[in-house]
Design a protein around this ligand. Structure first.
Ligand code: NAP
Length: 324
């Protein structure tokens, strides 16, 4: 059986950390692009990319990376996306698709779109998959398998270009959904950004407690705290940018969260066991619902993507619908 022809001829990756290197590995494994050209900000990362052999060519500048590329994916912290778009804008090939992997979408749309010329398709994307690790060594081909990739195309986007990018992400194993950027930011504020903020807070709070020693915190960390420490180990630059870029949605969700926390605080203070029991019963049902729709398993730590997980075979010949 002949292998399907690639969806895109040349993929350019700008920024090759956890996400960029996972895209490179998965795109290669699935044969969805003919050639990968990559660049990173620092010479050290570019050297490492060459050592790992993640791209066919590693180049020194963003302009050189996008030259002649059919698909450009910017995989850097969201706060830096606008400046990179300004640099690559004049060098993009007519008809190319430009995308990103940022965890916030409205700010990326606002910052990048003005720098991209007519005749280039801009389709922002967010693969909702990750780990607390960073850099090109941290990536793996199966990172996106069974995970969601959310596309947030602007209203005027070309449907064929959107579908082609969707086919690319499906080929990498992801489930794809499209929604407006502002709605994405609201959804992710509660499902991802607020949980990270809570993890950063609680780990910081535990660290500052005078009456509990640091060694005790580490020793007894299995009691729920351990999971928070993993989340709170996530990249500081990335998460600083997420909170700055998604300020309004995070503040809105934080307001609701604080009200709920006050309600639970009052229940504890008043010894209101019924209120606590009712609340915990409701949240347990939510957890069961997540397991039922296949976004997690009852087994501990399943939610962490596993580097050894085989990348799923493609469900259908993905080259067929690339323009349609
Ligand atoms: P990462 O592993 O830390 O890699 C970041 C990459 O961006 C590196 O190549 C780095 O280059 C480059 N970079 C950093 N600051 C830059 C700047 N100011 N200008 C240009 N390049 C810069 O990060 P990541 O986890 O792959 O995240 C990349 C994007 O994916 C972020 O927008 C993040 O929000 C999004 N995302 C992350 C996750 C996750 O769980 N990590 C999940 C979904 C989406 P050097 O190595 O040369 O410094």
């Amino acid at each position: 059986m002949s292998s399907p022809s690639p969806l895109f001829d040349r993929l350019a990756l700008i920024g090759v950390g956890l996400i960029g290197s996972s895209i490179a590995r998965a795109a290669r494994a699935q044969g969805v692009v003919r050639e990968i050209v990559a660049t990173a900000r620092s010479a050290a990362t570019r050297r490492r990319l060459a050592e790992l052999g993640l791209a066919d060519r590693v180049v020194d500048t963003n302009a050189a990376a996008v030259d002649g590329a059919d698909l450009v994916i910017v995989c850097i912290p969201v706060g830096a996306c606008g400046a990179v778009a300004a640099k690559i804008g004049p060098h993009l090939k007519h008809g190319a698709t430009v995308s990103d992997a940022g965890s916030v979408k409205a700010a990326v749309l606002r910052d990048m779109a003005p720098h991209l010329p007519d005749g280039v398709h801009f389709v922002p994307a967010h693969p909702v998959a990750g780990t607390e690790h960073s850099g090109p060594d941290a990536g793996f081909a199966s990172l996106f398998v069974g995970r969601w990739c959310i596309l947030t195309p602007p209203e005027e986007a070309d449907p064929a270009a959107v579908e082609r990018l969707a086919a690319f992400w499906r080929a990498l194993g992801a489930n794809v959904e499209s929604m407006p950027a502002v709605h994405h930011d609201l959804v992710l504020a509660i499902t991802s950004h607020l949980p990270h903020l809570i993890a950063y807070t609680i780990v910081g709070t535990a660290d500052e407690l005078a009456e509990v020693t640091r060694s005790e915190v580490l020793k007894f960390s299995a009691g729920g705290f351990r999971d928070f420490t993993r989340i709170a180990a996530s990249d500081p630059t990335m998460w600083r940018d997420v909170f700055l870029a998604n300020k309004d949605a995070v503040l809105e969700m934080l307001g609701t969260f604080n009200e709920d926390l006050s309600r639970l605080t009052r229940a504890i203070r008043r010894g209101d066991g019924e209120a606590l029991f009712d609340h915990f019963t409701r949240t347990r049902a939510i957890r069961r619902g997540i397991v039922e729709i296949g976004q997690d398993s009852p087994a501990p730590d399943f939610g962490r993507p596993h580097p050894d997980l085989p990348i799923a075979p493609l469900p259908r010949p993905y080259a067929a619908s690339d323009d349609g």
